[in-house]
Design a protein around this ligand. Structure first.
Ligand code: GLU
Length: 302
């Protein structure tokens, strides 16, 4: 490629192999394929398998087979996050070094009990994050260094959390991200404050969804993130991490979700009908395209 040619855009589909793929994944994968083909862009597949207990080699194999069956063509190699923990640890180390991350000992159960206690005492609910989980109250942020060190030395498990207030003060400006669809491209103001001190590294894994997705999109040169609307609120957190770590922000397109007959979002955990089950019942990839509302044409002919 000569210097005057613009580098191609890069799209990616980034599922987690923690269950069988369903129609919602098919829509996201095919939309990425269609849009990247239309843009003459590259298309990557990334396996977000940091949860090494829920993501198994069998599920990973099944996911690859389902995508193959669907006709989802991507570049090789596939990046598997569980093989790149060192990349995420390096970024976490930088945030710790800057005094923007701290060890947090409270478990999810303790946070829930804190929220319940607050609601009982105050007669109003403790705030929840956009996913509906009670906001982490930030108690561990204020621990005296000696107590913190003592608890770590005693082997108490802890997560690393971002000190959101300190991070936003450090950045000192409002952040925004670019959201696009076929009609327009708009700038959306990021609202990371609603998440509070998000987890950067879990107790059991040396990273988190937010940290690894941001690092990988940057490392892989992703220009366009096309993913479900359920992740739109998370993008605000991603902008903060990109800004803190000096990473280029991709453009985003958060697509509608495919809902089940009950109007709820499809979920692997509720056993919503898998692509594999549709294939076994005789449906074809073209049927799946129609079911998710995509034209029957192949991406290349769009
Ligand atoms: N791994 C995430 C999921 O399966 C998607 C992450 C993303 O596209 O940013 O829900």
């Amino acid at each position: 490629m000569t210097a005057s040619e613009p580098s191609p855009r890069i799209f990616r589909f980034a599922p987690s192999p923690n269950g069988r793929l369903h129609l919602g994944h098919a829509y996201s994968a095919l939309l990425n394929a269609d849009l990247s083909a239309r843009a003459g862009a590259r298309l990557l597949l990334r396996l977000e398998d940091i949860d090494t207990t829920r993501c198994t080699p069998e599920l990973e194999q099944g996911l690859l087979e389902d995508l193959q069956w669907l006709g989802f063509r991507h570049e090789s190699p596939v990046r598997c996050q569980s093989r790149h923990f060192a990349d995420y640890q390096a970024a976490l180390g930088a945030l710790i070094e800057e005094g923007l991350a701290y060890p947090a000992f409270m478990t999810r159960g303790e946070i829930r009990r804190f929220a319940e206690g607050f609601a009982e005492r105050e007669g109003r609910p403790w705030p929840a994050d956009p996913d509906g989980a009670p906001l982490y109250p930030g108690l561990d942020r204020a621990l005296a260094p000696s107590e913190r060190e003592g608890r770590i030395a005693a082997g108490e498990p802890y997560a690393w959390r971002l000190d959101m207030e300190a991070a936003l003060a450090r950045l000192g400006e409002d952040l925004a991200f670019v959201e696009w669809d076929d009609e327009a491209q708009v700038s959306v103001r990021a609202e990371p404050g609603v998440w509070g001190d998000v987890v950067l590294a879990r107790r059991d894994v040396p990273t988190s969804y937010h940290l690894s997705v941001v690092i990988d999109d940057a490392l892989q040169g992703v220009s366009d993130v096309v993913r479900g609307r359920d992740l739109l609120p998370s993008t605000s957190v991603h902008r903060v991490l990109q800004a803190l770590l000096g990473l280029r922000a991709p453009r985003y397109r958060h697509h509608d979700l495919i809902l089940g007959a009950d109007g709820r979002k499809l979920a692997k955990s509720r056993g919503d009908v898998s692509l594999r089950a549709f294939a076994r019942s005789g449906l074809t990839p073209a049927d799946i395209r129609r079911m998710v509302g995509l034209s029957a044409s192949t991406p290349a002919s769009l």
